[in-house]
Every structure is written in C-alpha cells, then in structure tokens.
Design a protein. Structure first.
Length: 76
C-alpha cells in the first residue's frame, strides 16, 4: 500500500531557499526541501519508476556522479 522513499545526501543540505531534491514518480514531479523519509501512496500495481535529482535553488541539476538516481520497483 505504501512505498518508503528515503535517500542520503553527502556534502550538501537541502532547504526551501537552497538545494532541493526533485522526485519524479512515474510522470509526476515533486520538490523536496526537507531531508526526511517519505511515504508514496496510491500507486497502481506494476512497474514504478522513481527518479531523484539534486537541483540548485534555480532548478538546475547539480553535477555529480550519482545525480540523477533512477530506480524501478514492481508493485504486486
């Protein structure tokens, strides 16, 4: 019923006025500015794509070897 979305940041912080994480779940985008675990609810069964991108305060992707990060899960 719920998927736990949790991530770990290294050498940065996120905030409303600074860097943020843009989460794209299927085709829906969310901006995360508080580092905390989040629950994803209401997803259909099947393969779910989740992409996390660390962005600066202007919405630009921050260059890093692990950015963006894309994962897929299968809900049964």
């Amino acid at each position: 019923k719920r998927i736990l979305l949790d991530f770990y940041l290294v050498n940065t912080k996120i905030s409303a006025n600074g860097n943020k994480v843009r989460a794209t779940i299927q085709d829906t985008k969310f901006i995360i500015d508080e580092w905390a675990p989040y629950y994803i609810e209401g997803l259909p069964k099947g393969e779910i794509s989740i992409k996390l991108e660390l962005i600066d305060s202007y919405g630009n992707l921050i260059d890093s070897p692990f950015n963006p990060s894309v994962r897929s899960v299968i809900l049964e």
